[in-house]
Design a protein around this ligand. Structure first.
Ligand code: UDP
Ligand code: MG
Length: 309
């Protein structure tokens, strides 16, 4: 008998816990056919509603439902990492609690594993039901990442992914504090099959991501998987030096030939403002990487567990 571990990060998902279970269990006959057991790892990411109580209730009904509860909200990345650490399965799948990752896709996903793939990932081809501004910036983000990062990060990729134990162990060997799982999946490599599906809207409750959270998360992705912004800062510096040199030559020549007196402070002010702006911008980029390094060096735990069943 092989074992499948299902990781379900939950943050204030009390209404979805049972629904998810009922939907998942519809695959029962498939698992029997495959002679496969499963464990459901509900990772409670410091929910303030009845999520923990719901999972406990579920555990009474079915012992295969487990709970890992954090001491506070550590974020979905931390929840996924905890799930991967606790998972005992030969196969591991990560799924959202809100049924945006349809469990009905599992049989198809497993069929690819038997074809020799190490991992089956999903991406949504539409962004139906999402605010247009968010879709626009999300698309820009993936385009940018494609240009500035060596790691492949797929547009519209979800965290819904089925993996073999070998790949899970590879992911666990990456112990970084600033986790950007979408990049980590790409970084570890292995043979991945992508399957596409139309966006499904969340069952109950609300999304935990607003525009700012996503924007900050995108910076996380950029700093974690590209050092291109640092290079950009150096390039801008060099360009400005060249420009300044040309200006110096121009002014000296003009003075020698035409004897023009130095005129106008407005142009000077513009130049000062412009260069100091660029300097702050570049210092900011540096600061971002320094901040990430600082957090990394502190070596704090990625999550803290309060309760486990
Ligand atoms: N989630 C989490 N911690 C957080 C935010 C979200 O564990 O701080 C979980 C959430 O409960 C859900 C999944 O991550 O199961 C995806 O979150 P959500 O549906 O809000 O994101 P979206 O699908 O809108 O991108
Ligand atoms: Mg969702």
């Amino acid at each position: 008998m092989s074992l499948l571990s299902v990781i379900i990060p939950c943050y204030n998902e009390e209404e979805n816990i049972t629904f998810f279970y009922n939907e998942f269990i519809k695959n029962q006959s498939f698992f029997e056919e495959k002679e496969m057991e499963f464990e459901l790892l509900y990772v409670d990411d410091g929910s303030v509603d009845g999520t923990v109580a719901e999972v406990k209730k579920l555990h009474e009904r079915d012992e295969r439902a487990h709970l890992v509860s954090f001491s506070r909200n550590f974020g979905k990345e931390a929840a996924m990492y905890a799930g991967l650490q606790k998972a005992k399965g030969d196969y591991v799948v990560i799924m959202d609690a809100d049924l945006q990752d349809p469990p009905s896709l599992l049989p198809e996903m497993f069929s690819y594993l038997s074809e020799g793939y190490d991992s089956v990932a999903t991406r949504r081809v539409s962004r139906k039901g999402e605010p247009p501004v968010r879709s626009f910036f999300a698309r820009r983000f993936y385009k940018l990442m494609k240009k500035i990062s060596q790691t492949e990060i797929m547009d519209g990729a979800r965290d819904y992914r089925l993996m073999t134990r070998q790949m899970v162990d590879a992911i666990l060997s990456m112990k970084e504090y600033n986790r950007f799982t979408k990049g980590i999946f790409g970084w570890v490599g292995f043979k991945t099959k992508w399957i596409e599906y139309e966006n499904v809207e969340r069952l109950k409750g609300e999304t935990k991501w607003n525009f700012w959270k996503l924007l900050i998360y995108s910076f996380e992705g950029i700093t974690a998987f590209s050092t291109m912004p640092l290079l950009l800062a150096s390039v801008v510096g060099v360009l400005f030096c060249i420009l300044a040199f040309l200006m110096i030559v121009f002014i000296i020549v003009r003075k020698l030939i035409y004897g023009d007196p130095v005129s106008g402070w407005p142009s000077l002010v513009c130049i000062i403002l412009m260069t100091s702006g660029v300097q702050f911008f570049c210092t900011g980029i540096l600061g971002q990487y320094l901040a990430k390094t600082y957090m990394e060096v502190k070596n704090r735990p990625i999550y803290l567990v309060k309760e486990e069943i």
